[in-house]
Design a protein around this ligand. Structure first.
Ligand SMILES: [Zn+2]
Length: 194
């Protein structure tokens, strides 16, 4: 969501390594792309062996970019779009569209499967339940937008008193540096006018 044009004014998510990073952060196991030697040796059928594993995801290709961007925009719209809209029914509709199915794993824990084998379906099976958990655990009000103007990414404020301002240590260092510089130049101007 951090790369959505809704937030940043620029449309990120143009490269396969961005997709891979999002998938891995969502807990998916994405194999590396086959090397030419492996393709020639006929090793590319390894995808089929993992089809039943809910955490497995096929290697993303350029044709998956549009589908992942669409999923991102649907989730952004559901969570942060028109405030009067029904977040619950919007998320439920997305779950239906991506054929998400509740299931129990071998430890008896509730998990979410999809019978879609494509990258977007696999991503949806991780990201839609995560978005739903924000609502069901009453965490939506804890979503903040990064105070660093170059970032503005939405993030979950995990601090006890709800005082987080930035999405990452990198952004908060950048913000501190900018404020320090602004304070310095103000002091300089005041020094000149005194
Ligand atoms: Zn940030």
């Amino acid at each position: 969501m951090a790369t959505s044009p809704q937030f940043l004014g620029h449309d990120g998510l143009n490269y396969l390594n961005e997709i891979r990073r999002i998938g891995e952060r969502a807990g998916l196991e994405i194999p590396r792309a086959s090397t030419l030697a492996e393709i020639i040796a006929g090793a590319s059928d390894r995808d089929d062996a993992h089809g039943e594993d809910p955490l497995w995801c096929p290697v993303p290709g350029d044709s998956d970019l549009d589908a992942i961007r669409e999923l991102r925009e649907r989730l952004c719209e559901a969570l942060f779009g028109d405030q009067g809209a029904d977040v619950c029914s919007r998320l439920t509709l997305i779950a239906l569209d991506y054929s998400l199915i509740p299931a129990l794993n071998s430890d008896g824990c509730l998990t979410v499967h999809t019978n879609r084998g494509d990258v977007a379906g696999r991503f949806a099976s991780r990201l839609v339940p995560a978005a739903m958990a924000l609502v069901s655990e009453r965490l939506l009000a804890r979503i903040r937008f990064c105070a660093d103007l170059w970032c503005r990414s939405p993030f979950l404020d995990r601090t006890r008193n709800g005082s987080a301002m930035c999405c990452s240590a990198r952004c908060s260092a950048r913000l501190r540096k900018r404020r320090f510089r602004a304070g310095e130049s103000r002091a300089h101007e005041e020094g000149i006018s005194a």
